[in-house]
Design a protein around this ligand. Sequence first.
Ligand code: HAM
Length: 424
Amino acid sequence: MKYQSIKGTKDILWPEIIEWRKIETIARGVFKTFGYSEIRTPIIEETGLFIKSVGEDTDIVKKEMFSFKDRGDRDISLRPEGTAPIVRAYVEHNLDKTEPFQKLYYMGPMFRAERPQAGRLRQFQQIGVEAIGSDNPALDAEVIFALTELLDSVGIKDYALRMNNLGCHEDKKKLSVALKKTFSKNDITILLCDDCKRRIRTNPLRILDCKNENCKIVVRKHFKEIDFLCPGCKTYFNEVLQFLDLLDIKYTIDPYIVRGLDYYTRTVFEVTHIDLGAQNAVGAGGRYDNLIHDMGGPKIGACGFALGVDRLLALRVKYTMPVWQRESMAVFIATLGAAAYKKGYSLMGELRKNDIACDIDYENSSLKSQMRTADKFGAKFVYIIGDNELKNGSAVLRDMKTTEQRMVKFEDAAKVIKDKAGRC
Ligand code: HAM
């Protein structure tokens, strides 16, 4: 029986892995420029962490978590997102006591049991940041700047940034009550999809971003009447937009963005791309001013974003048309006969200990096919050892580019190759 990877998960093979590494390297560079340091948290967490933060009535918690009982009968989940675990770590390690304002970045797999389709996986990769410990509107703009800078550096064009203001906790409550009242009216309820009919009771805000065409029409007609933002939150959002203008970041305001996670307050944003089809969000985030306190920490504000790397990669391949090459190595040791192989094998050990990237044949190949392998590996040199070379104590070093050949003594091989090939 042959096993297959689980539906909604995927293997990342060469050459795609090269693009993954490039994106990760670019991201690390951007985050360094912006003053973020890396954090790694476990893939498993207590289920309660996500119920409390992401919210009991969200799709993620209700339908999409991979949850199980561990051997000690504890409720555990594979993390569906990175914000809650990072806030948990911030509070657990009392980071506010050493340095209350922390700019952290992360990259790693997240898990959601969604119905797999193009761009929607059950194990997917996110790169994100969380800036914890400030309620300055300049920080919201900086977080968004890090996101757009990363997209630009990866080579993505024509993405759209949409912004919205959800208001503070009280504003959200006001909005929720108003939505409940409006959409509970029988003549309006009847026009909504079954999910939205349920949302009137469980999570009225989510009615605003329902994808159903009928619901969109109904929402656009009735939402206009609701004024829920307090003066402080209105001013705050205007300041965020002014800081975005200072950074020359283009956006549109979309009052229907509510996000599928309950912890957001005030600023929320999404970055979409038309080329991604139905799953068009490449990244998203926002401010979560109550989460740290709700998780047992101090009363401080925070803001962050996460990018879906699988979607980012799909776009990058389109824009950059990468040419993939195997990583080059300094030298391939080609041998003829069993005795020469043993000499080549011990030489390989010596070269590697000297930090010289090299390889040798493992398939009992002919000399011709070893030369082909050397070429495929992008070897700068081939060191060719046969019976005569063994007798003479030196072998041919062939430059694969110029085809120039010279005899090099075994004891000099490491030094000569290092001098000529440098570090590969
Ligand atoms: P999110 O919108 O749930 O936000 O996810 C962020 C990004 O992850 C999405 O825009 C998308 O690109 C990618 N993504 C989500 N689900 C999938 C999936 N099933 N398959 C492939 N890609 C997916 C968050 O996770 C928040 N923690 C973001 C944040 C950070 N907010 C504040 N700080």
